[in-house]
Design a protein around this ligand. Sequence first.
Ligand code: NAP
Ligand code: MG
Length: 493
Amino acid sequence: MPAKTSKRQPARELLFGNLWEYDPAPETASPQLQSRYQLFIDGKFTAPKTKKYFPSISPRNEETLAEIALAGAADVDAAYAAAAKAFPAWSKLPGAERGKYLYRIARLLQDRAREFAVAETLDGGKPIKESRDFDVPMAAAHFFYHAGWADKLNSVTPGKTLAPLGVVGQIIPWNFPLLMLAWKLAPALACGNTLVLKPAETTSITCMKFATLLLEAGLPPGVVNFVTGAGETGAAVVNHPTAKKIAFTGSTAVGKSIQHALAGTDKKLTLELGGKAANIVFEDAAIDQAVEGIINGIFFNQGHVCCAGSRLLVQESIADRVLAKIKIRLRSLRVGDPLDKNTDIGAINSQKQLEKIRELVDAGVNEGAELYQPACSIPSKGFYYPPSIFSGVTLSQHIAREEIFGPVLSILTFRTPEEAIEKANNTAFGLSAGVWTDKGSLILKMSTELKAGVVWANTYNKFDPTSPFGGFKESGFGREGGKQGLLEYAQLI
Ligand code: NAP
Ligand code: MG
């Protein structure tokens, strides 16, 4: 609520910053955390054979939330053995029966939505309004969607049916822990596979909470196994001989190392990797709408988004106007406690990621781009970074080429559609892009010529389980979502 609504002067606020004062509005639902989380193998919570645990801290205030089991090679082995044992019965279940489990999981997640949202925000740092309104409902939507496919696997490709691959190894990153888990589990289970999944080291909690939900749903033991740990545990998941397929979401560097490791084996592989998307604004676009799309495109989830619109390409004739409007909008963003319902930009996921963002921003300044950061108060404990924009960026600069994975926008200009396409495609990545224009024909031209797995027109960051998502070039291969995503977990017979 504004402090004194009647005396506010909006024009002054727009010029000099955010004069609104808000009372704290913390989300109060309990995340129902345990002090220690074991591995989830064969339907049981199991202590790791390594006897080791590591802390999961909250980037919100650096407090330890829980201890997480560290899975070693022997634990990964046990997880694969459980998945292999569960495969024959699970894969032979009629699709409609498998679908019932997926529906049940989706509904149970809806029932416990607030609890999961708070846990996700505490462990990962994203604003509660995002985990509440996006991550958790979208995760449930993926289970609902794939539940519907489980008994229709003979309708995906005419004349053929989809048969499972066997045991699948899955590895996910920390930016959308629960949602990435849903993207991985739901299609794999619908097709009749069993699986071993490793969440990211900094965000294991919602994955382990999800195990309790699988037990509630009565999922047969061994169908889903969770092993927690860092890169070494991930490598054990990738290299295990039982895996028929590896599905990886994460950085391009690790994706490449997995591709090397699997070369010469008969394992299937999908890689969902990094991005450096161009968000392209033409002079005839609805500017205010585009500015909202630019802000959402880069500051959603603190910019920890593989498809973030991190390179703004704006037509030269409107560049000054757009820049001025972005600066005004930046001053109204609220940075701070992610548990507060009014927070727009929460905590950076880890100290390591915060340092990476600082390094890349320093590189941008040293290379001559102009940095703007609005004045904003940042909590003294925890990992936070102000929303930042660089103008006058050129394509050769690090901030135009490397994935920053933080709340930092690089702004470039162009004159013609051809120049926009050339600049947008001049990157090693190819995950997503945005186009803002009033002309339908220009949208068609751009979406045809942009080398990106997803092109949003006059909107940004729109997701739906029916819509396949994935990359070109160093953004990886394979698709998640829609029919195409199902095909990645099946063989056609
Ligand atoms: P990351 O460092 O590559 O880690 C991803 C996962 O791989 C984590 O679980 C990680 O474990 C594990 N890992 C690390 N080294 C491994 C190895 N040698 N073998 C097997 N697994 C290994 O990526 P991140 O920093 O967590 O995530 C951010 C990246 O993910 C960004 O580049 C982003 O663009 C990308 N991403 C892509 C998509 C997409 O759909 N294309 C979606 C979301 C994110 P630990 O973290 O526990 O060490
Ligand atoms: Mg954490």
